[in-house]
Design a protein around this ligand. Structure first.
Ligand code: SF4
Length: 203
């Protein structure tokens, strides 16, 4: 059971289960996952969509936020790499702090890698949703701020890695300070006579 420390007074979590056409629903029993999500503490509403990232899916999220006064949203769909910004924007449009959103990957982490194990994949999807809801309980609203930064970098160690890092940073427009404790640069590489496969001098 989750601790009450840091939790707001009343949690109202909406869970949105995406089928992604057959990408998810072809392997995972999404109805069973949705039914399971309904049994979780603090879950107020569960909605299942064919394509949650499409406009109708996003509208369902906005509608549920308003209708059920949700203060947390969990979307069980694909990798956050693609659609986390989409859903953050979606919940923000509905007036919710975008950092009160949690995403669970039941596609790349589940349906796609367990295509021949439908029952186990469904159970794993339930576990992932339960984990996402657990994380959502502890989310805090965040604000985005811009702060001035000095575009400079310190690289410690003038071996090959340090030299390359310094060059890459410089190419990126940063002032670079490269620090090496020895009198010369090159590190271990400088101690080698020849290097494979060209057998050139190492430096
Ligand atoms: S949110 Fe992700 S999993 Fe769902 S339809 Fe869009 S791409 Fe597919």
């Amino acid at each position: 059971m989750a601790s009450d420390v840091g939790r707001p007074e009343e949690l109202r979590i909406g869970v949105f289960v995406c089928e992604c056409g057959l990408n998810i629903a072809g392997t995972i029993d999404c109805d069973a996952v949705s039914k399971y999500a309904e049994t979780l503490d603090d879950v107020t509403v569960v909605v299942q969509n064919k394509y949650t990232c499409a406009d109708p899916g996003q509208n369902e999220i906005k509608k549920a936020i308003a209708e059920y006064n949700l203060n947390r949203v969990v979307v069980a769909s694909c990798t956050p790499k693609i659609h986390e910004p989409t859903f953050r924007e979606c919940v923000a449009d509905a007036g919710m702090n975008p950092y009160l959103f949690e995403m669970v990957n039941i596609r790349e982490h589940c349906s796609w890698v367990h295509q021949n194990q439908k029952e186990e994949a469904t159970e794993k999807a339930k576990d992932l949703v339960r984990s996402g809801v657990a994380r959502a309980r502890f989310l805090e609203p965040q604000i985005e701020a811009e702060v001035p930064v000095t575009k400079a970098a310190l690289v410690i160690g003038g071996g090959v890695t340090g030299i390359q890092a310094a060059l890459d940073l410089a190419d990126g427009g940063h002032q670079v300070y490269l620090v090496e404790k020895e009198a010369t640069l090159g590190g271990i590489m400088a101690a080698l006579d020849k290097t494979y496969p060209t057998m050139d001098c190492s430096i």
